[in-house]
Design a binder for this molecule. Structure first.
Ligand code: PLP
Length: 512
C-alpha cells in the first residue's frame, strides 16, 4: 500500500509538488522496493499466500485491551472524568483495526486508521497547498530526523542547522557522518539573512541540499519563528533550492506571551488560562512551514511524545507522497513499522474516544498547563536571577534558555565546568549549552561572532513540581554567586588567540 493520498475533493484543484529528486542522494533517486517484495510482487486475493514468515493470529495471546483514559481537556484524575477504550482480538472497534490486525506485521506506512486520522488532522491544521501529499507513521521525531536526513545527505555531506540545536539531531548527523553547518539565530530562531549568507558560500555539488530546523519552541533556545520569519526562511530555501526538514514536536504547545514579567505580577490562574485556551482554540497557532509550502519542499515531522506520552514512540511525517514512498522503504528496512499496538491505542483514542474536537480540547489543556508553568517559572527567574541571566520569554515548548552573566568568570573557558560543579553542590541540575552547540564550541563561528565564550543553561519547566521552581532558582543563584566570587578580579588573558577549548563536561546524559 502506498502512503495515503489526500481525498481528491480538496486536492484536485491544487498544483502538483515540485520534484525534489535531484536533491536526493544518488541511492535514493531510483525506484526502490524491498528485495523480498520485488521478487514476490503483491499477492492477489485469489492466491493462497504461503510466502511470508507470518505467525497465525490465533497464536496472539492478547484477547482484549481496555484502557481508561482521561476525558479530553480534563486535568482531573477523578473517575467521573474518565472514558474507557477497548480493542478486540478479531473484531474492528468502530474506526480502529482489530488487535489481530494491529499485532500482525504490516507495511512501512503505518496502521490505516492511525494515518487516516492524522491526514484529516493535518488537513484541518496545516491545509497543505499542493496535491498528492500524505502522512506516514514514525517512531517519533528522533527516528524520523535520521530518515529524512538520509534522503538528502550521505557521509561527507553537509546540512544547514540552527546554531544551537537538538542533541538527538546532532547525534544522528554524527552517526551518518553528515556535517552540521550552523546558521546564526536570534530571539525568533534561525536568521534568514544568515541562512542566505551561509548558502552563498557554496556552489555546485558540495552545496547543502537541506536545512534542518525546529521552528516552534526550539530546543534548546525556546525560540518560535513568527509568521514573517517563517516566510523569509521559506523564501531563502526556495532561492537556494533547499529541502526543509521541519522538526516540530512543540507545535501544539504554543503558549500565549506574558503581558508583564515584573516581580509583583500575580500569575494568571490555571483556570483563567484554561478558559482562554478554550476560547482561542486552534486559531491562535502560528502557521507551520508546511502550511506555507507551495513547492512541496517541506518534510514535516510531528510527534506524540510531548502531547500524549514519549514512550508510545509514535509520530508522523507529512510530505509529498513520492517522498513518503522513500521513507516507507526506509521504515521497512529498519523498523518495518512503528508499534501497531501504540498506533492502535492512539487511533482508538483519537478517532473514536476523543474525536477531533476532543483531541483539540486536550491540546488546549496542555497549552494552559504549560503557559501556567512558564509564567510561574519566568516570574521566579526574575525574582532570583535578576542581573544574572538574560532570556527571551519562550512562546512555545518547555524550555527557558538563559545566557549567564558570570561576571569576571565569563572569559574563563573553565567557568561552565565550575558552575556545573557548584550547581551539583547546591543541588540543582539544568542543561549546559555545550551539547546543543552545532559548532562544537561555545564561541560563535560566524565571522561577526563574539570573541569570548558565552555561557548558557537550558531550564525545562515541564517536569518538576511547580513548588520546586523557587528552591531550584535560589540554588542556581547561590551556585552562580560562588563561581563569581572565585573570580572577583578580571582574569589575566586566559583566552587563546585562536580557538577556545571546550568546557570539560560529561554531556552523555543529555539526549533530549
Ligand atoms: C526538537 C526535538 N526534536 C525531536 C525530539 C525527540 O522527539 P521524539 O520523542 O518524537 O523522538 C525532541 C525531544 O526532546 C526535540 O526537542
Amino acid at each position: 500500500m502506498s502512503p495515503n493520498v489526500v481525498e481528491p475533493d480538496n486536492s484536485t484543484a491544487l498544483p502538483m509538488p515540485m520534484d525534489l529528486t535531484s536533491l536526493f542522494v544518488p541511492s535514493m533517486r531510483g525506484p526502490q522496493k524491498s528485495a523480498f517484495k520485488s521478487v514476490m510482487g503483491n499477492p492477489t486475493l485469489a492466491m493462497i499466500n504461503m510466502a511470508g514468515g507470518v505467525p497465525h493470529p490465533s497464536t496472539f495471546p492478547i484477547l482484549q485491551l481496555r484502557a481508561t483514559v482521561k476525558s479530553p481537556g480534563s486535568t482531573s484524575t477523578s473517575s467521573d472524568r474518565h472514558s474507557t477504550l477497548e480493542l478486540e482480538k478479531s473484531r474492528r472497534c468502530q474506526s480502529t483495526e482489530s488487535l489481530d490486525e494491529l499485532l500482525q506485521y504490516g507495511d512501512g506506512c503505518g496502521v490505516d486508521s492511525y494515518c487516516a486520522f492524522l491526514r484529516r488532522y493535518t488537513q484541518r491544521v496545516h491545509r497543505p497547498l499542493y496535491a498528492e501529499w500524505g502522512v506516514i507513521a514514525s517512531c517519533g521525531n528522533t527516528d524520523a530526523i535520521g530518515k529524512a536526513v538520509s534522503l538528502f545527505c550521505e557521509p561527507g555531506d553537509t546540512i544547514l542547522v540552527e546554531r544551537w540545536t537538538f542533541p538527538g539531531a546532532l547525534s544522528s548527523l554524527a552517526a551518518a557522518r553528515v556535517k552540521p553547518v550552523p546558521v546564526a539565530m536570534d530571539g525568533e530562531g534561525m536568521l534568514p539573512e544568515e541562512l542566505d549568507r551561509t548558502c552563498r558560500k557554496w556552489s555546485g555539488a558540495a552545496a547543502p541540499r537541506a536545512v534542518y530546523l525546529v521552528p516552534t519552541g526550539q530546543n534548546p533556545t525556546g525560540t518560535t519563528m513568527s509568521l514573517a520569519r517563517r516566510k523569509a526562511i521559506y523564501a531563502v530555501a526556495q532561492k537556494h533550492n533547499l529541502a526543509i526538514i521541519e522538526d516540530d514536536p512543540y507545535y501544539f504547545l504554543q503558549l500565549p506571551l506574558l503581558v508583564g514579567t515584573s516581580n509583583d505580577a500575580t500569575p494568571d490562574s490555571l483556570s483563567d488560562l484554561q478558559q482562554q485556551q478554550q476560547q482561542q482554540q486552534k486559531g491562535a497557532l502560528v502557521p507551520s512551514l508546511l502550511s506555507l509550502d507551495v513547492d512541496g519542499r517541506v518534510i514535516r515531522l510531528d510527534s506524540f511524545s510531548k502531547v500524549l506520552a514519549p514512550n508510545l514512540r509514535s509520530g508522523w511525517i507529512t510530505a509529498p507522497t513520492y517522498i513518503l514512498d522513500k521513507l516507507q522503504i526506509l521504515n521497512e528496512s529498519t523498523i518495518l513499522q512503528p508499534s501497531g499496538l501504540s498506533q492502535g491505542l492512539i487511533s482508538k483514542l483519537l478517532n473514536d474516544t476523543w474525536g477531533l474536537d476532543g483531541w483539540e480540547a486536550h491540546l488546549c489543556e496542555l497549552r494552559a498547563v504549560y503557559t501556567y508553568r512558564r509564567n510561574l517559572f519566568i516570574r521566579a527567574v526574575d525574582r532570583h536571577l535578576s542581573g544574572l541571566v538574560e532570556y527571551t520569554v519562550p512562546a512555545a515548548g518547555m524550555f527557558l534558555w538563559m545566557k549567564l552573566n558570570l561576571g569576571h568568570a565569563t572569559a574563563d573557558p573553565a567557568a561552565m565546568s565550575q558552575l556545573l560543579g557548584s550547581m551539583k553542590k547546591f543541588g540543582v541540575m539544568m542543561a549546559p549549552g555545550m551539547p546543543f552547540s552545532s559548532t562544537g564550541s561555545v564561541v560563535d563561528t560566524a565571522e561577526s561572532g563574539p570573541a569570548q565564550p558565552e555561557h548558557y543553561l537550558r531550564a525545562a519547566f515541564a517536569l518538576v513540581d511547580i513548588d520546586m521552581f523557587e528552591p531550584a532558582l535560589k540554588r542556581l543563584a547561590q551556585a552562580m554567586a560562588a563561581v563569581r566570587a572565585e573570580h572577583s578580579q578580571p582574569l589575566p588573558d586566559l583566552v587563546p588567540a585562536t580557538g577556545i577549548p571546550s568546557t570539560v563536561v560529561d554531556h552523555s546524559a543529555i539526549t533530549n
